[in-house]
Design a binder for this molecule. Structure first.
Ligand code: GLC
Length: 537
């Protein structure tokens, strides 16, 4: 099963949010030369690929996801020469580089939109989605924006509304116009020709909308929090026509060697798996966010791993994610101690793991004082800002205990405040502590890379006879033939497990505290609070 794995199957992906990683010119905003300075850190993590959130020119209404030019670099982040140097250095170290592609929408400052909005008969008018007002002058239908309010904004000059499911400055491209996809495919070729190893494709499941612009029906299960979810998005998300677009994107990738595409898709498994394509001709990896979205209990997680494994078509490569720039940090969601268990899970499940910067040191959400709140959904919806704001998970990387955690110069003002705990939770301090989260993360990645069972073997849940514990075996069928048993205590209480069908004893390869060692007996095996064990069978 693990023969001939490709780099994106065997490897670990690490997401960098460029604004927040390392500032090299003391403007308080991270940049590409800063990332280049930190390649040692990345290499020492044993990751295989960096995914860079957008680094394109942008007025930053959505912090770079509003792209004003797809084939250039934002001066805030550096120059194209800086990008080329980062790519070359990464490749020299054997690291792959995946960039963010944002095809669903552009910035309203993109030249295409400037043309489109200039007049109704501009040749690029229909590159975007324009509609006449409703008879009462209001928006053409009831579609909503993820960031609050209607998904339509009226353009006085030409008397029509344009569609945007995010901020008003993110008009959506019209993929029913025959020239739009070819233009985006050219963008892909530009970066592939440079040598990037792939794309993380932003909101790929939103790229097609209903041709008839029908109203969306109410969502009977709405929890009353985010207005966007008061509707069932049957006409703006996951339309059947989107698969044809993705297949054409994949064809572009397939003309190059070993490039890949991971799609951002928030859907239940039965829908998610359709994004592999019926002939594996769509996304190499449709992102699996269910560890982020589900309750953190042993039973729920076991169920979601088993149901994913069952849903995957034969030959589809799995993947797992604990966090990203849109979600509260894992160490905040489950607690710092349990975050070790979460990372043990992520790095021992079957399929490609993606880590979010800072997870390797257990970074938690930062506290954002009201005057610092910048994320558009939080700014637009102050009453629910504390629930949905994404600034807390975007605070600067914590490198050391100097002013601003080594992220930027002492006299600079970081774009978001550094989290309070940086004097203790930082790379330098954890480097020197043999049992730190950082060294634990490295031990996990080293083991995963070394063991065919962990990066390529089979998965099977086992019965621990304790509902608070999730246990499973990864088995290598072809390489060194080893098997590992993972036993994860999802609670802050001591637990005991009884595993009866895997022999009597096993050797601890790695424990969450990095101190528990030796041989254990699988019957009446005690687990400390928040303890996870990797046992060699
Ligand atoms: C994706 C990005 C998010 C962004 C949105 C609009 O969900 O991850 O950060 O705001 O798309 O581009």
């Amino acid at each position: 099963m693990n023969q001939n794995l490709l780099w994106w199957q065997k490897g670990i992906i690490y997401q960098i949010y460029p604004r927040s990683y390392q500032d090299s010119n003391n403007d308080g905003i991270g940049d590409l030369p800063g990332i280049r300075q930190r390649l040692d850190h990345l290499q020492n993590l044993n990751i295989d690929a960096i995914w860079l959130s957008p680094m394109y020119p942008s007025p930053m209404h959505d912090f770079g996801y509003d792209v004003a030019d797809y084939i250039d670099i934002n001066p805030l982040f550096g120059t194209m020469a800086d990008f080329d140097a980062l790519l070359a250095d990464a490749h020299e170290r054997g690291l792959k580089l995946i960039i963010d592609l944002v095809p669903n929408h552009t910035s309203d400052e993109h030249a295409w939109f400037q043309e489109s909005r200039s007049s109704r008969d501009n040749p690029k008018r229909d590159w975007y989605i324009w509609r006449d007002p409703a008879p009462d002058g209001g928006p053409p239908n009831n579609w909503l924006s993820f960031f609050g309010g209607p998904a339509w904004t009226f353009d006085e000059a030409t008397g029509q509304y344009y569609l945007h499911q995010f901020v008003t400055q993110q008009p959506e491209l019209n993929y029913r116009h025959p020239d739009v996809l070819p233009a985006m495919l050219d963008v892909m070729r530009f970066w592939l020709d440079k040598g990037v190893d792939g794309f993380r494709v932003d909101v790929i499941w939103l790229m097609m909308k209903d041709a008839q612009f029908r109203n969306e029906p109410p969502n009977p299960n709405w929890d009353g929090v985010e207005p966007m979810f008061s509707l069932n998005h049957i006409y703006t998300q996951n339309l059947p026509e989107v698969h044809d677009l993705i297949r054409q994107m994949r064809t572009v990738l397939d003309a190059y060697d070993e490039r890949m595409m991971v799609g951002e898709i928030y859907l239940p498994y039965d829908q998610l798996i359709t994004y592999y394509g019926t002939n594996f001709d769509e996304c190499h990896l449709p992102f699996n966010f269910h560890l982020i979205l589900s309750q953190w209990t042993a039973q729920t997680v076991r169920q979601l791993v088993d149901s994913y494994e069952a849903a995957l078509p034969e030959g589809a490569w799995p993947n797992w994610v604990l966090g990203n720039h849109d979600q509260h940090r894992i160490a905040t969601r489950v607690g710092t101690d349990q975050a070790r268990v979460a990372n043990m899970l992520l790095l021992t499940l079957r399929g490609t793991p993606t880590s979010y910067y800072g997870e390797e040191i257990g970074m938690v959400d930062g506290h954002i004082p009201p005057e610092y709140v910048q994320d558009p959904p939080a700014v637009n919806q102050p009453e629910i800002a504390h629930l949905i704001g994404r600034d807390p998970e975007r605070t600067p990387m914590q490198w050391d205990d100097s002013v601003h955690a080594g992220f930027t110069g002492e006299t600079a003002v970081p774009w978001l405040p550094v989290a309070n705990n940086y004097t203790k939770v930082n790379v330098a301090a954890q480097n020197n502590d043999p049992t730190s989260m950082l060294n634990f993360y490295r031990a996990l990645t080293t083991l995963r890379q070394a063991e065919p069972a962990l990066h390529g073997g089979s998965y099977r849940a086992v019965e621990p006879n304790n509902e608070n514990v999730f246990a499973y075996v990864r088995k290598d069928g072809e390489g060194n033939g080893r098997s590992f048993l993972m036993i994860l205590n999802f609670t802050g209480e001591p637990q005991e497990v009884n595993i009866t069908d895997l022999g009597e004893q096993a050797i601890i390869t790695l424990a969450t505290d990095m101190q528990h060692k030796g041989t254990v007996t699988l019957s009446n095996l005690p687990l400390a609070p928040n303890e996870g064990l990797i046992l060699q069978l």
